[in-house]
Design a protein around this ligand. Sequence first.
Ligand SMILES: Nc1ncnc2c1ncn2[C@@H]1O[C@H](COP(=O)(O)OP(=O)(O)O)[C@@H](O)[C@H]1O
Ligand SMILES: [Mg+2]
Length: 367
Amino acid sequence: MGRVIAITNQKGGVGKTTTAVNLSASLAQRGHKVLVIDIDPQGNATSGLGIDKNTVQKSLYDVFAGECGLDQIIVPSQIPTLWIAPATPDLVGSEVELSSREDRQFVLKNELERIRAQFNYIFFDCPPSLGLLTVNSLVAADSLLVPLQCEYYALEGITALVQTVEVAKQNLNPSLEIEGVVLTMHDGRTNLSQQIEKETRDFFGDGVFETVIPRNVKLSECPSFGQPIIFYDPSSLGAGAYDSLGRELDKKHYPYMLRSEENAAKKKAKKPAVKKATKKAAKPAGKKIAKKKPATKKRATKKAGATKVAKRKIGPATKKPAGNKTAEKKTTTKKLVTKKRATKKTAAKTTKLKPSKKKTSRKKANG
Ligand SMILES: Nc1ncnc2c1ncn2[C@@H]1O[C@H](COP(=O)(O)OP(=O)(O)O)[C@@H](O)[C@H]1O
Ligand SMILES: [Mg+2]
């Protein structure tokens, strides 16, 4: 069952739409099935996700007017797993349409029940008001995600919002939760941003997302191109921040998704390392050894009992010269010649050593 999250704050210009567009795109890009329902008559989320409002045939207005179902207005986006229920300016008229309906506060909830199982996340981009449109989203949502702009009056707006949530909980949706407050347009260089962050964290505690959305010019540019930040500038700070916010949501609601991503990343990281090792290091080394090993064996086996010593001596010589094969051959043959002479002595030494070892082991065993 998809998690239904209303992105809301009664204040305008705090980053609701920016969050709806970029958070949903980021989650969809990572494989989630995501639906954005644009509840704001300004339709900024619709255009921000690349939908030309002039081409929209059926919008949320038609749903609230009872002319069609929510499933009939959903259109695909440029990301295969991201869909949009678009809004057009005529949505303003829905307040009037709804007021005459008996189920006026529950229209969205009832519509959503039929399709929510098809998605992992459903986001509402709410208008900056407390009319019937916002009430519909408060009734239909599992939780609220509250963008809070790091500016002086931010916390004043928050107290009003907390009161609204309490009223909604008591009268309309007892299970409504606060998903979290996300600090937006944060500028770490200013005292004001730091002060707002501290005050918000003191007030809400764990209710504030760890991720902070920085003030990032790329985030303000991308709506005019109808692109979420992950397409417009995937390496920007804004893109990274919304990806991180998505991961925080996944940690709560789809932890297995993060685990499987981590496992896949680990596998990816391991694979090339193994390939490199086998191609560059192991294979040529193997070839060299394969060429010389039989030779050493032949010569070494002539002197029975000296095989182990011969192998040990030739081993390092074959590894040392990387590329200078002639030099390598010379050194190995030299060594082999000296070995022929030496093996007599070493073989004698080894035969001497072996019994003494046995003696000591016996001694130990006896002792
Ligand atoms: N993190 C950010 N950095 C820079 N500009 C931002 C950021 N978030 C939002 N904006 C800009 O601020 C303005 C208001 O944001 P918006 O998301 O439309 O707010 P809301 O939906 O709450 O009214 C827009 O012009 C938007 O591009
Ligand atoms: Mg908006």
